[in-house]
Design a protein. Structure first.
Length: 242
C-alpha cells in the first residue's frame, strides 16, 4: 500500500516539478529568501561549515540558501524530476549544494552523518512520518539538530475551485485536476487525520529525541505579504535535538 502511495506522490510532483521550480527561483530572488534565512538562523548553532541534510528539498530552495551561507548541504527528494530541476538551478547559479534522489523514510546515509536535518512542507506528504523521524534521528550526530517546518495541510480541501481560493493563494495557479489529485493522495495518509504538531512531538519522542521546541507563529514572520508565495495554512516549526 505504501509503495503504491509513493508512486502516486512521485507522479504528482513530477507533473508539478517545472512550475514548482520556477516559483522557487522567484522566491530565491525575493524578500522571502531573507525572511527564511532569518527564520533558520534563529535555530542554527553559530558554527561555520555545518553538514546539513535538506530532506524533501524539491527544487532546492533551502539547500541553496544554506549553501550560500557557507554550509555543506545535500538536498534529497523522492521525485527525480525535482532533483533534475534543483541540479539545473545549481548549475546556473554556481551553487555547491549537492542533490540526490532518495526516500525520506529510507535514507542511504550512515548513522550520525549530519549536524542538521531540516525540511519544509514535507512531513504532511509522507505515508509514514514516524519512520521518517526515526531515520532522521539515526543520521543526526549526537547533539545534532532537527528543524521541521510544516502545516496542517491534511485538513485542507485542495479540490476547491479557483473562485473559492483567496486571491494570491499559492495554489491559485495549479490546475484543477492536479488539486484534485493532491486531495486524493493526502486523504489516504494517516498523518492527515492526526492532531498536529502534538502528534509529531509524540513520534519524535518515540524516535529518541529528548529536547523539543514548538513554534506556532512562523507564518506571522514569513507570510507578511499576501503575494504569489502566500499560503494561509499556518506554518509551525519543530526544533528537536538528538
Amino acid at each position: 500500500m505504501q509503495q503504491d502511495t509513493k508512486r502516486q506522490i512521485r507522479s504528482y510532483w513530477t507533473k508539478r516539478s517545472h512550475d514548482f521550480a520556477r516559483l522557487r527561483v522567484k522566491e530565491l530572488n525575493s524578500p522571502m529568501a531573507r525572511l527564511w534565512e532569518e527564520e533558520i538562523d534563529r535555530h542554527l548553532p553559530d558554527i561555520p561549515g555545518l553538514r546539513i541534510l535538506d530532506i524533501g528539498t524539491g527544487s532546492g530552495f533551502f539547500a541553496f540558501l544554506l549553501e550560500q551561507k557557507g554550509h555543506r548541504v545535500t538536498g534529497v527528494d523522492l521525485t527525480p524530476s525535482m532533483i533534475e530541476e534543483a541540479e539545473e538551478i545549481g548549475r546556473k547559479t554556481g551553487s555547491g549544494a549537492e542533490f540526490r534522489v532518495m526516500d525520506a523514510e529510507n535514507l542511504l546515509y550512515a548513522d550520525e552523518s549530519f549536524d542538521v536535518v531540516l525540511s519544509r512542507n514535507l512531513t504532511w506528504t509522507l505515508p509514514d512520518p514516524g519512520r521518517a523521524y526515526r531515520e532522521w534521528y539515526r543520521v543526526l550526530k549526537k547533539g545534532g539538530l532537527l528543524l521541521n517546518f510544516d502545516g496542517n495541510y491534511g485538513r485542507e480541501d485542495f479540490a476547491k475551485g479557483d473562485e473559492e481560493l483567496p486571491d494570491n493563494h499559492a495554489h491559485k495557479t495549479i490546475a484543477d485536476s492536479l488539486r484534485r489529485e493532491c486531495n486524493r493522495i493526502k486523504d489516504q495518509l494517516e498523518v492527515s487525520r492526526r492532531v498536529r504538531p502534538a502528534w509529531d512531538v509524540e513520534k519524535l519522542e518515540e524516535a529518541g529525541f529528548q529536547r523539543m521546541e514548538l513554534d506556532l507563529s512562523v507564518s506571522e514572520r514569513i507570510y507578511r505579504r499576501v503575494d504569489e508565495f502566500y499560503n494561509p495554512t499556518p506554518l509551525f516549526s519543530i526544533k528537536a535535538v538528538k
